[in-house]
Write a protein that binds this ligand. Structure first.
Ligand code: NAD
Length: 427
């Protein structure tokens, strides 16, 4: 079992409470993956102070010098790709192929922002008066906090850290407790790449306490959050009164519309990838398919075939195409939604059960699930599940499909499968 600590002012330290917690492999809970500090408010305060101390020196460097650190980090991530991907799979559960793609993306993000350091200038803007020079310059903001979810445990920390760092800010990151290992590994890599002490601080711990302090503390001038709608809206309300800069990336209830003229094989393939890939644990995962009534049955049959062809298991095993839910709570939530959907009139077309055969009994596995005859107002059609559960909503035609797609509070991404280019470009 690995052991990680918090990173404050360049030192790896225990939580001030002395408390720890341990993460188990969601594909096999007999394996303890890593132990972590259970940080709280005091640790967040220490990190803010360390970041404030480190900020002036980092801000004084040129963006090109800062970019060199990121470019070097990109090389180091790439060199460790197999090991980082395996750790990601062990802790979060996605398949090794999915994890490898995420680690590669992380290297690409660092490389991109390293390159961007050469063009981080400003603008000159024409003035309406003579002899005036009007221009903008990009300046570092100060201490920036990042709060991240567990579902992309290396790419999301990277795509928040890299722009914040290259523009000269000092950073505190609070990764989700379900999967903090990759954030710690990134911090080690950045230190090896030359990032000065205190410029990046990592505080692992309770969301309400650590995240709450980062959101409320006036020393934090900007906060970038990715996670659920409920937590994000709460943080936004904490930031607004002091007009701190806020970036909120939250959940969705993503529709794919399938029209009667669509290639149904293509539609089923796209929906299966988008809905069951990453075990449905993606903010942009397709979770409702709005299908023209005349092809709903034929489409459902093709999607069921795709669902049944998936091989569910430990993502480290060759041939496995769908891993477990990240946690017992997430698995129970998924299965609960399947029950609720049926109580609200949906028909269970395939899946819907926990998988417990052999070694699967030690993990949080469930069958990829397809529900038919879902009503647009049912909870399964409106609330984010964040698991491999797809609901099919039959509609009379194109206009109704668009109305249903737009009828939820948490739209994020949307897709349309049709051969009619005019309809595809209408909205
Ligand atoms: P979550 O909201 O439960 O947690 C996100 C982060 O917030 C974690 O680090 C958590 O510890 C912290 N947190 C929890 N309570 C807090 C509080 N009161 N104050 C401050 N911080 C707090 O989300 P999750 O379960 O980790 O991630 C899944 C969610 O993230 C889904 O809703 C998904 O759609 C969303 N997501 C969105 C995007 C996007 O780009 N839009 C990308 C990935 C995930």
């Amino acid at each position: 079992m690995r052991s990680y600590q918090n990173l404050i002012g360049g030192e790896w330290v225990s939580a001030q409470s002395g408390q720890t917690f341990t993460n188990l492999n969601p594909a096999d809970t007999r394996e303890a993956v890593a132990q972590y500090p259970q940080g709280g408010r005091a640790d967040a305060l220490a990190a803010i102070a360390a970041a404030q101390t480190a900020f002036p020196g980092w801000a004084a460097q040129t963006s090109v010098a800062r970019g060199r650190v990121l470019s070097k980090a990109a090389q180091l991530v790439e060199a460790r790709k197999p090991e980082l991907a395996e750790l990601l799979t062990r802790e979060e559960g996605k398949t090794l192929a999915e994890a490898t793609g995420e680690v590669q993306r992380t290297a690409d993000i660092f490389r991109f922002f390293g390159g961007l350091s050469y063009v981080l200038g400003g603008q000159t803007i024409p003035h309406d008066l003579p002899s005036q020079l009007l221009y903008t310059r990009r300046e570092p903001l100060g201490v920036v906090a990042l709060i991240t979810p567990w579902n992309f445990p290396i790419a999301i920390p990277a795509w928040k850290m890299a722009p914040a760092l290259v523009t000269g800010n000092a950073v505190i990151i609070k990764p989700a407790s379900q999967a903090p290992a990759l954030t710690c590994e990134l911090a080690k890599i950045l230190a090896e790449a030359g990032l000065p002490k205190g410029v990046l601080n990592v505080v692992i711990g309770n969301g309400r306490e650590v995240g709450g302090e980062l959101a409320a503390n006036p020393g934090v001038v900007a906060l970038s959050f990715t996670g659920s709608y409920s937590v994000g809206s709460q943080i936004y309300q904490q930031l607004a009164p002091r007009m701190a800069r806020a970036q909120m990336e939250m959940g969705g209830k993503n529709p794919t519309i399938v029209l009667a003229d669509a290639d149904l094989d293509l539609a089923a393939r796209l929906v299966a990838i988008a809905g069951f890939g990453l075990t449905g644990q993606a903010c942009t995962a397709t979770s409702r398919v709005i299908v023209e009534q005349s092809v709903a049955e034929a489409f459902a049959a093709k999607l069921i075939e795709k669902a049944r062809a998936l091989i569910v298991g430990n993502g480290l095993k060759h041939g496995v195409t769908m891993g477990p839910a990240v946690s017992q709570a997430q698995l129970e939530g998924n299965l609960n939604y399947v029950q609720i959907a049926q109580q609200e009139g949906a028909s269970l077309l395939c899946g819907g059960e926990r998988l417990t055969d052999g070694d699967l009994a030690h993990g949080y596995f469930m069958q990829p699930t397809v529900l038919g005859n879902v009503k647009p107002t049912a909870r399964i059609a409106c609330e984010e599940v964040f698991g491999p559960v797809i609901g099919i909503i039959p509609v009379a035609g194109f206009e109704e499909a668009i109305a249903v797609a737009n009828s939820v509070d948490v739209g994020l991404s949307a897709s349309l499968v049709t051969r009619d280019f005019k309809k595809a470009m209408l909205y």
